[in-house]
Structures are given as C-alpha cells and as structure tokens.
Write a protein that binds this ligand. Structure first.
Ligand code: PLP
Length: 382
C-alpha cells in the first residue's frame, strides 16, 4: 500500500537521537531549547515553546490567552477535532465559521458576517483559530484586521503548514496572530514522532506557556508568590500539565528541520505533477491562493460526482493506493452534535467533505509510485 503520508528518517536523524541517548539528559536537557531556538529563528518568531503534541500546544495557547468558562472560541469545521477540543478543555463554548469553497480555509466573508451578528447579540468570540488547511495559509491579514475591530485573539493552527509562506514571509512569524501552533506527528511536514510547538512574539505568553507545559511550576524568584526559601525552592503558581517534549524528540525535530525546505520543494513538484496529470478529469485539484506558498501537507482532490466518492475511495484502497479523507466536518461528530450542532450548519464544509479524497503526498513518494496513483485514479474515473 502506498500511504497518503509518511515520515522520512535519515541516518543523520538516527545519529542525532542516538547522541541524546548517550548523553546526560533524555528530557529537560539542552536539545529542547536548541530545537525551539532553531525553529523560532527559521520562522522569524521571538519564542518557541516545544510540547508533547500540537493538541497540547493548542490547549496551553488557549489557557495563556485566558480562555475560560463563559468565553467563546471559533474555528473552522474543516479540521482535525483538536482545533476545536482545545476550547472545550478550557470550559469555553466552541463554534465554527464555514469555509471558502475554493481554498477550503475559514472564509473571511463568513467570519465577518458572523462577527456582525455576534456583536449585535453580545456574543463575540475571545479566540479565533484559523486552520491552514493542507498547508495553505488562511487570509491572515484580513482575519487580523477583523481581530483588531472585534477584539478577539488569534491562534494559527499551522499543524499542516511548517515551511509554508504567506505574503512572502514564513508561516509561524506571528505577524498576524498571537500564537502559531505546529504539529510534528509523523504524517506532518517534519516529525518528532509525537510533538508540537507554540510560537509567539510575546514574551509574557511564552513564559506562561513554558510554565503551563510543566505543572504551572516556576523556579524564578521574581515570579514567585513570596520570597524563595533557597536554591531548591520552586512554587506552583497556577494549574499546569506535563506536556513536555523529550530531548530525544527535540533532537529528531532539529535534525529534520535541516531538510524542511527540501521537503516542501519536493511536495511542490509532486503537486505540480498531479495537477498536470489530472487536467480534464472530473475533479477539482487544490487551489493555490496567490498570497500563499503552501507547505502542501495534503493533496486533496474533490470529485465532481460526489456520489462516486465512496466507490472511488474503496477502489483506490483495494488497488494499493492508501488514500484518506480530510476532514469530516467537526460539527457533525457525535460529541459536537450533543452540544447542539446539526448537519447543515456549515454547508460549504459539508459539500467539500462529500467529494474529498486526499491522495498520497510525502517527500519520498517516488515517480513510479506517483504514476501508479495517477493511472489507478484515471482508470477509475474513465
Ligand atoms: C494533526 C493536527 C492537530 C493535532 O496534532 P497532534 O500533534 O497530533 O496533537 C491539530 N490540528 C490539525 C489541523 C492537525 O492536522
């Protein structure tokens, strides 16, 4: 089976992890801050806070922005459940903004319309989480301008988008957001097995996220509630978690980062080859917005005949093409229906989902494998 995504692990990666295994620290050593500095510097952000997953990063990002009971968080329905669950972890109310049918990202027009209505009803969100679907940036300049006007904070869920660019600058520089979150799950662009990072330019947010990933404990006398009792002393000044990344993971991520630009370039040549091969077929290839250079985490096609999606999907799988579907709209999940959402609430995301198939897309996909994917799909749609 050709998978839809897979990691690339080199001898350099293995050597980097082995070096940590032979060192004094498996966790809480120098590899974590080394990886944080390297990725923050790559992105042009002031601070990086490495954690155990992007889910953990989203959670502490929401906490750092003081999201709590009585507050509202809005995100895209076309995402992995984690982008919405972080609001529920904090006791906030979660709602969604429908997608743009071309980019499959949160629609700026839908966001603005929903804000106008929410302002009239005094139900404005405290936090909005745009998701850079498939690695393509949302229209962050416009979303940021709405944030200024309506007073919400912004967390970019860039789980798909490390190595991508927006308006000529790296995604992750937080020019138009408070915090940007990356995922390093093996199917994503670079991996630490499990892992994530929150980037920010705000030193107060960074300091608080560092504390929240490790129980809410501080060893800094200046942040203690009262005077330190000695060099051994620490204080838990708020409720945090153990969301730490290990040094093994950080060393792997730092080593992978050296190849990030090559990975994204390779993904672009794979996409260009798919785009060309599918010309004239009854499907839509992923639209590339001119303001964005996508990291191309995914290559989602949309079948014109949505009624054939299940059959085409099953036939591809049975012929060894490991396709997937991104995403089942989050508001249609049983847990969210229990909260009152219904099929029909966000029709653009539902229409997109009905015809979506993610084709194999990863840097070590060989031309021969790609030819097989193309020929199999063409055979099915003929
Ligand atoms: C993968 C993913 C996450 C969660 O990442 P983990 O590192 O697995 O916790 C969150 N949001 C989106 C959009 C994702 O694709």
């Amino acid at each position: 089976m050709i998978p839809y995504g897979r990691q690339d692990i080199t001898d350099e990666d293995i050597a980097a992890v082995e070096a940590v295994l032979r060192s004094d620290f498996l966790t809480q050593g120098p590899a974590v801050p080394g990886f944080e500095r390297a990725l923050a510097s790559y992105c042009g952000a002031a601070h990086g806070v490495a954690v155990s997953s992007a889910t953990a990063a989203l959670h502490i990002a929401c906490l750092a922005l003081k999201l709590g009971p009585g507050d509202r968080l809005w995100t895209s329905p076309n995402t992995f459940v984690a982008s919405a669950n972080c609001g529920l972890y904090c006791g906030a109310e979660v709602d969604f903004v429908d997608i743009d049918p071309q980019t499959y990202n949160m629609s700026v027009a839908a966001l603005e319309a929903k804000l106008v209505k929410a302002a009239a009803e005094d139900r404005l969100p405290k936090v909005v989480i745009p998701v850079h679907f498939a690695g393509q940036s949302c229209e962050m300049r416009e979303i940021h301008a709405l944030g200024q006007r309506y007073g919400f904070r912004i967390i970019e869920d860039a789980s798909h988008a490390v190595g991508g660019r927006y308006l000529g600058e790296p995604i992750g520089n937080c020019r138009y957001s408070d915090i940007t979150v990356f995922s390093f799950h093996p199917v994503k662009i670079i991996t630490t097995a499990e892992g994530g990072m929150a980037l920010t330019n705000d030193s107060k947010l960074a300091e608080q996220m560092e504390r929240l990933r490790s129980h809410g404990i501080t060893r800094e006398p200046a942040t203690m509630a009262w005077e330190s009792e000695g060099p051994w002393y620490y204080q838990q000044i708020e409720l945090g978690y153990n969301f730490r990344m290990t040094d093994l993971q950080a060393a792997l991520g730092h080593s992978q980062l050296q190849r990030l630009d090559d990975y994204v370039a390779r993904r672009h040549s794979i996409a260009a080859r798919y785009d060309e091969a599918f010309e004239g077929l009854p499907l839509t290839v992923p639209h590339q917005h001119p303001d964005s250079r996508s990291a191309l985490h995914l290559y989602p096609i949309h079948l014109t005949n949505v009624a054939a999606r299940r059959q085409v999907f099953e036939a591809l799988r049975s012929k060894g093409v490991g396709v997937n579907v991104h995403y089942i709209p989050v508001h249609t999940q049983p847990h969210y229906r229990q909260l009152g959402f219904r099929v029909g609430d966000f029709p653009a995301s539902e229409r997109y989902y009905a015809g979506a198939i993610s084709l194999p897309m990863f840097p070590t996909l060989t031309p021969a494998q790609q030819d097989e994917v193309i020929a199999t799909l063409k055979g099915l749609l003929a």
